[in-house]
Ligand binder design. Sequence first.
Ligand SMILES: Cc1cc2nc3c(=O)[nH]c(=O)nc-3n(C[C@H](O)[C@H](O)[C@H](O)COP(=O)(O)OP(=O)(O)OC[C@H]3O[C@@H](n4cnc5c(N)ncnc54)[C@H](O)[C@@H]3O)c2cc1C
Length: 398
Amino acid sequence: MAEQFEVVVIGAGAAGMFCAAQAGQLGRRVLLLDNGKKPGRKILMSGGGRCNFTNLYIEPAAYLSQNPHFCKSALARYTQWDFIDLVQRHGIAWHEKTLGQLFCDDSAQQIVDLLLAECRLGQVTLRLRSEVLSVTRHNGGFLLTLPQGDIFTPALVVATGGLSMPGLGATPFGYRLAQQFGLDVIPTRAALVPVTLHKPLLDPLAALAGVAVPAIVSAEEGTRFRENVLFTHRGLSGPAILQISSFWQTGEFLTIDLLPDVALPDVLREETAAHPNQSLKNTLAKLLPRRLVECWYQLHDIPDISLKQLTPRHIAQWVSPLQQWRVQPNGTEGYRTAEVTQGGVDTRGLSSKTLACNAVPGLYFIGEVVDVIGWLGGYNFQWAWSSAWACAQALARG
Ligand SMILES: Cc1cc2nc3c(=O)[nH]c(=O)nc-3n(C[C@H](O)[C@H](O)[C@H](O)COP(=O)(O)OP(=O)(O)OC[C@H]3O[C@@H](n4cnc5c(N)ncnc54)[C@H](O)[C@@H]3O)c2cc1C
């Protein structure tokens, strides 16, 4: 005889833990399963160990999906203020770092502890090292096969996340399950991820690894982000690049303004009037890290030249491109370093109010496994909390 639970949640990540806790507290007998040794492994890694758990400026426009309206209902019903309130009730000190991004003062472990405490309140049974191998339809419910034995449930929540960071337990299980039950899966790809560069561009930039500069980065479709760009041994990273990676398509160019606040013609005019014999290189080094200027010289084969020798043609060739640097990445670092997976379970098969599968009663998909991703900066955890909460309310109604 298979063991029975009123609700089974697969995946003890952000979405699965929060959903299990809420459903348990609303009176359901819940089993939470995860294939790993620890719950909330991505939470522990997140925000440099301090977990950027939400953002003050959550809004649907900061999310990407084939159906941009899908996230609206869940985000409106369980908001960033609700989660901030929960964090405060647990006595966790937090701060805003930048752009509304909220981090724990101490450690991401506090968010995992919060979720575990909420699960205890809901009397959730948590089983780790429990990989769900398969699911079949059985007596109007679901029969789950695990190495430890079979489990039956009338309500199954799939919170298995995306493909990013396979070392942290990511599996394509949720996508396969969706397909097995007739749902479409939007093709997946790594997002919030560093981009890589072709060798001819990478080599001259090698000396810049570790250098970060404020910039505005634009994708061909028009989206732009103003944050830091970080040069790496493989290409470009930093928040501006991670953000734009979600909007960049293979073969396209990124346009980078390396001097976003500088009125270059004015600066050159003033500098030329004040120091006509100053080299262009030293002038640019007042505006940008010297190492970057050296690489720029190498990249564009710029001779030593003083400001008084500078012609409009030189400016157009060598200086103006600093504000419109066109870079064609040859790819991304992929799932190995991506923060999220774009694509996933097609929202057309799900209810935006309950996250239930329209065609299969009792089956739910929440969190990152669904075709919804957010910007960098706490937006993805908020989607996990909001979608989990919406699902838990539906589970409580039975
Ligand atoms: C390094 C890193 C840093 C990040 N930092 C932030 C941040 O600061 N702020 C932010 O908003 N977002 C951040 N993110 C994104 C965020 O972590 C995810 O969007 C979020 O964790 C998704 O939650 P989830 O519960 O849907 O999936 P996950 O957290 O991925 O959880 C899914 C769980 O399901 C388990 N699982 C998979 N298959 C099976 C199976 N067959 N049987 C049993 N269990 C299974 C997995 O082991 C995993 O524990 C970061 C991501 C990474 C990788």
